[in-house]
Ligand binder design. Structure first.
Ligand code: KG4
Ligand code: ZN
Length: 341
């Protein structure tokens, strides 16, 4: 069978990334240029600044990726690009680059949903096994997704308010920590103890999540201790907060696996890099005989390798887009599946 080489492009938020993936599983070369240090000063991503930096960097990032992957444009089979969800100005830059290359190189254009990319990051190295449950935990998403087969998504539960990564970042901010706060809170949590009383958020029979109450509880606790002139022990607060997050994510995920009699689980998105979450899922899945797949740490946060990987499966189904492709800032997995039909 002929080898397929997909050039992936990802610019949905604050990472400018390109990657060439062979046959949907082999990363030949990836460049991820993070703007984290620029947005740090503002305590979060500033959309206008993000898109300006994408404009400055996209051409260089693509050029360097092709050199790294040692591939010539004529050998690229197709160009895959994130078209949503994400920041409109950022998405537009990646889309424009992908459309231009598709036109000039005369190669098919493939539209990839960002979350599908995160899910397919688990197909690199070893292939996915179905049916599976995907727990998607990122800066913008907290979803439980059931997949009976390749490219078949059913969202079973979602967050009703803040996403889990967003909650980590906001809690870190009130604790006086840098952006993005997720990795910092994660490492602090391992140095502390669970001493603070915080609620387990939306601990009910549904498969939905809610993190705004937990975030408010952390803010109230900090204010209360301040009023009493008591010093907050950041390590202990990080540990107490992280334990509540892990508790609810693992509880609902393990219940869904049991209810649907599914024994394949994957984690996806930036928060799947969380050490505490990974360790707890490894333990629980061993106990319950569930096959757990965790993305390699370099593929947890935003990257174009996952977009090229997901693009390969659309390539095989001949799902191509034309040059009228527009950004979709808030598109669900189910709607993206319909658009591809
Ligand atoms: O998937 P991602 O790169 O971007 C989105 O699609 O949103 O996820 C970024 C999020 C940020 O909120 C960041 O704080 C969080 O992932 N994150 C973590 C960890 N590493 C990244 N959260 C908790 N623990 C971590 N180790
Ligand atoms: Zn992401």
């Amino acid at each position: 069978m002929k080898d397929i080489y997909i050039l992936g492009i990802e610019t949905s938020c604050d990472e400018t990334s390109a990657s060439v993936v062979k046959n949907g599983k082999e990363d030949l070369g990836t460049v991820v240029l993070s703007q984290m240090d620029i947005h740090k000063d503002y305590g979060g991503v500033v959309p206008e600044i993000a898109s300006r930096h994408h404009v400055e960097n996209i051409t260089l990032v693509i050029e360097e990726t092709l050199l790294k992957a040692k591939i010539k444009s004529e050998n690229v089979s197709a160009v895959a690009v994130t078209y949503g969800p994400g920041l409109v100005g950022s998405l537009l830059i990646g889309l424009q680059a992908a459309k231009t290359l598709s036109l000039v190189w005369n190669k098919p254009l493939i539209a990839v949903h960002h979350i599908v990319g995160h899910i397919y990051a688990n197909n690199l190295e070893t292939e996915l096994k179905f049916p599976l449950v995907a727990l998607v935990v990122s800066g913008g998403h907290t979803d439980l997704v059931y997949m009976k087969d390749y490219y078949h998504f059913e969202t079973i539960g979602s967050t009703l308010d803040d996403a889990v990564g967003e909650t980590y970042d906001k809690v870190a901010k009130v604790m006086g920590l840098d952006y993005p706060g997720g990795p910092i809170v994660d490492s602090l949590a391992f140095k502390g103890e669970d001493t603070y009383s915080l609620p387990i958020p939306l601990d009910d029979e549904s498969y939905n999540f809610s993190f705004s109450g937990l975030k408010s509880a952390v803010i109230n606790l900090i204010n209360k201790e301040k009023n009493k002139n008591q010093k907050i022990i950041n390590e202990n607060l990080a540990c107490s907060f992280q334990n509540r997050v892990i508790k609810i994510l693992t509880k609902k995920t393990m219940r869904l696996l049991a209810e649907r009699k599914v024994n394949n689980l994957i984690l996806a998105g930036g928060v799947s890099a969380n050490k505490g979450l990974r360790e707890e899922f490894i333990k629980l899945c061993e106990e319950k005989n569930v096959n757990l797949k965790l993305p390699l740490l370099k593929y947890c946060t935003d990257n174009a390798t996952m977009i090229a990987t997901a693009g390969y499966f659309l390539y095989k189904k001949n799902k191509f887009s034309d040059l009228s492709l527009n950004p979709e800032t808030n598109i669900s997995l189910e709607r993206s599946m319909k658009l591809e039909k």
